[in-house]
Ligand binder design. Structure first.
Ligand SMILES: *[C@@H]1O[C@H](CO)[C@@H](O)[C@H](O)[C@H]1NC(C)=O
Ligand SMILES: *[C@@H]1O[C@H](CO)[C@@H](O)[C@H](O)[C@H]1NC(C)=O
Ligand SMILES: *[C@@H]1O[C@H](CO)[C@@H](O)[C@H](O)[C@H]1NC(C)=O
Ligand SMILES: *[C@@H]1O[C@H](CO)[C@@H](O)[C@H](O)[C@H]1NC(C)=O
Ligand SMILES: *[C@@H]1O[C@H](CO)[C@@H](O)[C@H](O)[C@H]1NC(C)=O
Ligand SMILES: *[C@@H]1O[C@H](CO)[C@@H](O)[C@H](O)[C@H]1NC(C)=O
Ligand SMILES: *[C@@H]1O[C@H](CO)[C@@H](O)[C@H](O)[C@H]1NC(C)=O
Length: 454
C-alpha cells in the first residue's frame, strides 16, 4: 500500500482517501528503523492510558499524600463530607439478623463525623428488659448537642424514640428469614451465652429437633426473656400481651410500615445496602462491611417438614412480619431504575477488594486505592479504616462511649434537652455523668475500658 493507491482512491470518497493516506504515511514511517521503537512506545502508552485498570494506577496518589490527610477518617478526595447526606438515623437492632454488621456501618459513619449517639451508660442495651429506651440507662448529649443517631439494642416504640431523635430522623430496621434467625439464635445463645433456658433444655445429639418438638415447654413464660420466641416481633415492639392474636400482629405490621422508612432483608444484604445508600445519600465507602458476629462452624440443621410446620406455627408472628416486609422490599427493588443490579454488582466487587485488603493489611504504611465508578467517587482505604471496619461491636461501642464521656466532661451536658425527655421510671436525682474514680493522680470513669484503634 503506497502513495499510488491513495491517489487512486481520491477519485472516490475524500474521507476514505484521507484515511488511506494516513495509514500509508504511518506505515512507511514506522518501517524506518529508528522510528519503529518510538512508534511502538507511543502505541503502548496510548493503550495504557485508555484501559481503566492502568488509568487507576496512573491516578493513584502517593503515600505521602494519603498521610497528609491522616490516612484515616477524612476521605482523601471528597473531604469534607457531602452536605446532602442524611445524618439523623435510628436503626432498630434486631437480634441475630446481621444487625451487628449494619451497626458497624452506622458507628463508622457517626464516629467519623463526631455525631452524637444515644449510647448506653453501661453494657450494650438501652432498654430495661421490658419497655423501650430507659432514660436512666442513657448517656446525655454534651453541651449544645442533641442526638443524631440511635442504633443500640432496644425494643422499638416510635413515640419514645421520638423524644430522643430529631423530627427528620430516618427509621430503618432489618428482618431475617424466621427459621434461619431462630436456628442462629438457638445455637448462638446456647453456645456463646449459655442462656439458662437453652442450656437446661434438651441435650443429646438431636437437642435442636427436640427443642422444636416441645418448644412451648422450654420457652420462658415472658417472651422478653427469650431469643427464640418470635424475637423479631418483640424487638419491633409488638406488645407481648397480644402474642396469641395474629390479627393484632397484622394491624401492628401495617402501623410499622407507616413508621419505618426502610426495612432491610438479611438474605438480600447487598441490595439492602444499596437501597440504604440511595435513601441516605451515603457513599460506597460508608456502606462497606465485613460480616460481623456470626457463629463460626454453624451446625447445619435441616429439619423435616413436620418440624418445619411446628416452627412456622410457633413463630407465626415473625413470619407475618417477615413476609410482609419481604414483599415490600421486593417491590421496592423492582421499582428501582434498571441500573440497580449493576450498582449492586459494582458495590460487591468493591467490598470484596476491600475485604481482601483489610484481612491482610498489617501496617499503617499501606492503603488501598479504589478508582471512581459510575456510582462512586474514588476513595482510599487506610489501615485505620480497616481497623474500624473490622472492629468488634463492643470495642467500637466502648470507644464511642469513652469519647462521649470525655466530651461531656469537657463541655458539660445539654441539660435543657435531656431534662425535657419524659420517662416515668426516671429518678430525679440523676448523675449526669457516671461516677468518676481517682486513679494514680488522673481522673477516669468507673468501669471504663479505654481502647484505641491500635
Ligand atoms: C440526596 O441528595 C440529593 C441531591 O444530591 C437531594 O436532592 C436529596 O434530597 C437528598 N436526599 C435526602 C433524603 O436528603
Ligand atoms: C454552646 O453555645 C453557646 C451559645 O451559642 C456558645 O457560646 C458556646 O461556645 C457553645 N459551646 C460549645 C461547647 O459548643
Ligand atoms: C409506646 O410507648 C408509649 C409511651 O410509654 C405507650 O403509651 C405505648 O403504648 C407504647 N406503644 C406500644 C406499641 O407499646
Ligand atoms: C385480636 O385482635 C383483633 C384486632 O384487634 C380483635 O378484633 C380480636 O377481638 C382479638 N382476638 C382475641 C381473641 O383477642
Ligand atoms: C421428623 O423428625 C423428628 C425428629 O427428628 C422425628 O421424630 C419425626 O418422626 C420426623 N417426622 C417425619 C415425618 O419424618
Ligand atoms: C440509573 O438510572 C436512572 C434512571 O434511568 C438515571 O437517572 C441514573 O442517572 C442512572 N445512574 C447511573 C449511574 O447510570
Ligand atoms: C504508624 O505506626 C507507627 C507505630 O505505631 C507510628 O509511629 C507512625 O506514626 C504511624 N504512621 C502513620 C502514617 O500513621
Amino acid at each position: 500500500m503506497g502513495r499510488g493507491n491513495s491517489k487512486a482512491c481520491c477519485k472516490g470518497h475524500i474521507s476514505k482517501c484521507f484515511v488511506n493516506y494516513c495509514f500509508g504515511q504511518v506505515y512507511s514511517f514506522q518501517r524506518k528503523k529508528p522510528y519503529r521503537f518510538i512508534f511502538l512506545l507511543v502505541v503502548v502508552l496510548v493503550i495504557i492510558y485508555v484501559t481503566p485498570t492502568s488509568r487507576t494506577i496512573l491516578k493513584q496518589p502517593r503515600l505521602s499524600e494519603v498521610r497528609r490527610y491522616g490516612g484515616s477518617t477524612s476521605d482523601l478526595l471528597t473531604a469534607p463530607f457531602p452536605v446532602n447526606e442524611v445524618r439523623h438515623v435510628a436503626f432498630l437492632k434486631v437480634h441475630k439478623a446481621s444487625s451487628s454488621t449494619v451497626l458497624n456501618i452506622i458507628y463508622r459513619f457517626g464516629f467519623q463525623r463526631s455525631l452524637t449517639f444515644v449510647l448506653p451508660r453501661k453494657g450494650n442495651y438501652l432498654d430495661n428488659g421490658v419497655s423501650s429506651i430507659a432514660k436512666r440507662k442513657v448517656l446525655p448529649p454534651s453541651l449544645n448537642k442533641t442526638y443524631d443517631m440511635l442504633c443500640n439494642h432496644v425494643i422499638f416504640n416510635k413515640s419514645i424514640f421520638g423524644h430522643y431523635m430529631p423530627r427528620d430522623t430516618v427509621y430503618i430496621a432489618i428482618v431475617r428469614d424466621p427459621y434461619e434467625r431462630f436456628r442462629s439464635a438457638y445455637h448462638y445463645y446456647r453456645t456463646v451465652y449459655s442462656m439458662g433456658y437453652l442450656k437446661h433444655g434438651p441435650t443429646g445429639a438431636d437437642h435442636f429437633e427436640q427443642f422444636i418438638a416441645n418448644q412451648d415447654i422450654y420457652e420462658p413464660t415472658n417472651p422478653h426473656y427469650s431469643y427464640t420466641n418470635n424475637r423479631m416481633a418483640v424487638d419491633f415492639g409488638f406488645p407481648t400481651k397480644y402474642f396469641k392474636n395474629s390479627t393484632k400482629m397484622l394491624e401492628y405490621v401495617h402501623d410499622l410500615d407507616l413508621t419505618l422508612d426502610l426495612v432491610m432483608i438479611t438474605e438480600r444484604f447487598d441490595e439492602s445496602m444499596i437501597l440504604l445508600r440511595r435513601m441516605l445519600n451515603w457513599s460506597f465507602k460508608d456502606i462497606l462491611y465485613i460480616k460481623q458476629n456470626s457463629l463460626k462452624n454453624k451446625p447445619k440443621n435441616n429439619i423435616n417438614s413436620t418440624l418445619m410446620d411446628k416452627v412456622k406455627k410457633f413463630s407465626e408472628l415473625d413470619y407475618i412480619l417477615y413476609d410482609y416486609f419481604y414483599e415490600k422490599f421486593d417491590k421496592r427493588v423492582k421499582q428501582q431504575a434498571s441500573n440497580f443490579s449493576n450498582e449492586v454488582s459494582v458495590f460487591i466487587s468493591i467490598r470484596e477488594q476491600v475485604a481482601r485488603f483489610c484481612l491482610t493489611a498489617t501496617s499503617n504504611e499501606t492503603y488501598l486505592w479504589l478508582a471512581d465508578t459510575e456510582w462512586s467517587e474514588a476513595f482510599t482505604i487506610s489501615y485505620i479504616d480497616c481497623k474500624q471496619i473490622k472492629a468488634s461491636e463492643l470495642k467500637f461501642l466502648s470507644i464511642l462511649v469513652s469519647e462521649q464521656k470525655s466530651r461531656i466532661s469537657r463541655t458539660g451536658v445539654n441539660r435543657k434537652f435531656f431534662d425535657s425527655i419524659p420517662d416515668i421510671h426516671f429518678r430525679k436525682r440523676f448523675r449526669y455523668l457516671p461516677q468518676r474514680v481517682k486513679k494514680k493522680g488522673t481522673e477516669t470513669f468507673k468501669n471504663e475500658l479505654t481502647y484505641t484503634w491500635e
